[in-house]
Design a protein around this ligand. Structure first.
Ligand code: NI
Length: 167
């Protein structure tokens, strides 16, 4: 097990556009293991490779109550359909201490590869999981949840974060 360092806003690497993974080799498998370890250690339920400074299209998620209950790996995820609207409060390991309501699609369909290179599809609808998938895939585009806030709320959020960093 190896923990990776989670990058915090405003680290410019969080804005990197992640590249697709061409081959799921041992390095990628090790990266997946490290990402789960890092996410569990930080008590998060989702982590994108961008957040540890690796600009590859890789996300790990676990919504289980217990550690390693529902580990989900998304390699090269693509949202193929989205519709509707929902609002949930979000937090992010890269924005410690900040929680804000974010409006996103309420229905999504996505395709991805698992760690065995097998393609699969997920449909998520009107729940926090649907919100989380979009949040994590945003990270791969260099986007943070504060980018979805109104300019006023975003500047307030940034001030809050700056204060947190000073403290
Ligand atoms: Ni996040």
């Amino acid at each position: 097990m190896a923990l990776r360092k989670i990058l915090y806003y405003p680290d410019p690497k969080l804005k990197a556009i992640a590249q697709p993974i061409i081959e799921i080799n041992n390095d990628i498998k090790k990266l997946i293991d490290d990402m789960f370890d890092t996410m569990y250690e930080a008590k998060g339920c989702g982590l994108a490779a961008t957040q540890i400074g690796v600009p590859l299209q890789l996300v790990v998620i676990d919504f289980g109550e217990e550690k390693k209950q529902n580990p989900l790996v998304l390699i090269n995820p693509v949202i193929t359909e989205q519709s509707g609207e929902q609002t949930f409060e979000e937090g992010c390991l890269s924005l410690p201490g900040l929680y804000e309501k974010v409006k996103r699609a309420s229905n999504i369909k996505l395709t991805a590869l698992d760690e065995k290179n097998t393609p699969f599809e997920i449909c998520a609808k009107e729940d926090y999981f649907c919100q989380c998938l979009q949040h994590e895939i945003d990270h791969l585009q260099g986007k943070l949840f504060i980018d979805h806030l109104s300019p006023l709320k975003r500047s307030r959020a940034k001030k809050k974060l700056a204060k947190g960093l000073e403290a």
